[in-house]
Design a protein around this ligand. Structure first.
Ligand code: GLN
Length: 484
């Protein structure tokens, strides 16, 4: 029963093939047998079984919804009442939130069962989950490879078929890049679509919660449940959420797909390019039209992002000072020493690097040269997309330039690590919805991802095209060896 999708589980629960308690037991057991992946930070077995019992009651009375009784895990960046939220950091190792993130509450309301909190790069800074205080997570497709990041725990859990769904957050690619590297479907909705309340902030103007699952159809159900206006988040959008599920079955005939030449450059693996071109051919067969488009400022995406994200992080992470949350150093003589020792002990090297960059680009004398310039670039990048979306409904390319890379390969070269986001972070800079879906495998058996970027607030077109693609391919059905 482990390897099923959300919808398959929902059907089985409804038909009483098994109960949510039985399913939860089986998946908790699987999480133990897959402990070597190091995907979990906290397992919440007792709470999960309690939620599953409640779900079974509802299902028994015929009152369950499509997600009632379905297990999931949350990235350990979402606050969960009574369950610790570490953000992959020593500084929050003992932090227990007094409230649930809106997204967590909404999924709980829909009857989902939380199995635990999963590993991630510290404060979501990274592309490999190697920056976690709790050690790296392994990729179920190949234990010597990274699962991507920062939501690498989420991706490993779903790829290993421990739960059919995981939440994630995406500031520059952290849902889509791990989804690509682990053979999953993962969507980052438009900025403001999903509440950020209770989602620990990294770079507030870029962060967005979303979901990873086995299919685009499953993503639609979860996104439907997690989306919507939240008065507790001032950046949440007060716009109606379309019926994502309804739109899935539409034909994609006549949809115009823009192909930016900048996304098919020399730096991309040949096999990744080939899988992308084959996918485009399939979309054309399904009736989509393709046109060439230009995103002339896309090369500025990485430098722009790596000025703005650290700047926002340096402000957001100033709250971790040993007074209000989590870890406090034990040895100090005055308050300044306490701050310094706490932050020195509490943060890992990548977080410190970002805080230094962030403080630097915001400081007097450099603010105009770096921060303001990056803000201007951000506008140019967003304008490129606005121009492109006058001519096309969707932009398609590879999600990442390579498949999953070996653990340790890029840990000493931050710039190489940053380049993983070369195709993903512009969607965050422009606030656009974007998704990765499985589109093939390389010669080493590692998954490849196809990247779909949509118009602002138009997740529906992305999900529709992704679903139609999956009705005609089986990449998303492949299971890593040893995880059936
Ligand atoms: N890899 C990017 C970074 O390190 C993006 C991370 C994310 O989306 N949270 O900042």
């Amino acid at each position: 029963m482990e390897c099923r999708t959300v919808l398959e589980h929902a059907q089985a629960l409804k038909e009483k093939d098994y109960s949510s308690v039985e399913l939860t037991h089986a998946l908790l057991e699987k999480s133990q047998s897959c402990a070597n992946l190091n995907a979990f930070i906290t397992l919440t077995s007792e709470q999960a079984l309690k939620q599953a019992r409640q779900a079974d009651k509802l299902i028994g009375k015929g009152e369950g919804g499509p997600l009632t009784g379905i297990p999931l895990v949350h990235k350990d960046l979402f606050c969960t009442k009574g369950v610790r939220t570490t953000c992959g950091s020593r500084i929050l190792d003992n932090f227990i939130s007094p409230y649930d993130a809106t997204l967590v509450g909404k999924l709980q309301q829909s009857g989902m069962v939380m199995l635990g909190k999963v590993n991630m790069d510290e404060f979501a800074m990274g592309s490999s989950t190697e920056n976690s205080y709790y050690g790296p997570t392994l990729n179920p497709w190949n234990h010597e490879r990274v699962p991507g990041g920062s939501s690498g725990g989420s991706a490993a859990v779903v790829a290993a078929r421990i739960t059919p769904v995981a939440t994630g957050t995406d500031t520059g690619g952290s849902i889509r890049q791990p989804a690509a590297l682990c053979g999953l479907s993962g969507i980052k909705p438009s900025y403001g679509r999903v509440s950020r309340y209770g989602m620990v902030a990294f770079a507030s103007s870029l962060d967005q919660g979303g979901v990873m699952a086995l299919t685009a159809e499953d993503c639609s159900y979860i996104l439907q449940a997690m989306s919507g206006f939240d008065e507790k988040d001032s950046t949440s959008i007060n716009q109606p959420v379309p019926d994502y599920i309804d739109g899935l079955s539409e034909s994609i005939s006549g949809k115009v797909i823009g192909l930016p030449k900048e996304f098919f450059s020399d730096g991309v693996d040949k096999e990744v390019i080939q899988a992308t071109l084959d996918s485009i051919t399939l979309l054309e067969k399904l009736g989509a039209k393709t046109i060439d488009i230009d995103l002339p400022n896309s090369a500025a995406g990485i430098p722009c992002y790596y000025v703005l994200a650290p700047a926002e992080a340096s402000s957001n992470l100033s709250r971790f000072d040993g007074v209000r949350y989590g870890h406090r150093a034990s040895e100090y003589t005055d308050i300044n020493e306490m701050y310094e020792a706490t932050r020195t002990e509490g943060f890992g090297p990548e977080v410190k690097r970002r805080l230094l960059i962030g403080a630097y680009v915001l400081s007097v004398g450099y603010f105009e040269a770096y921060y303001i310039k990056a803000q201007k670039l951000r506008r140019l990048i967003a304008d490129d997309f606005s121009r492109a979306f006058k001519k096309c409904d969707l932009i398609v390319g590879p999600t990442t330039p390579t498949t999953a890379f070996p653990i340790g390969l890029k840990t000493n070269d931050p710039v190489q690590m940053y380049l993983n986001d070369i195709f993903t972070n512009s969607a965050n800079l422009a606030g656009l919805p974007a998704m990765s879906i499985p589109s093939g495998f390389d010669a080493q058996g590692l998954p490849i991802g196809l990247h779909l970027i949509g118009r602002y607030l138009d997740e529906a077109t992305i999900l529709n095209v992704a679903h139609q693609y999956q009705l005609n391919t089986d990449w998303h059905q492949r299971i890593p060896t040893g995880y059936t």
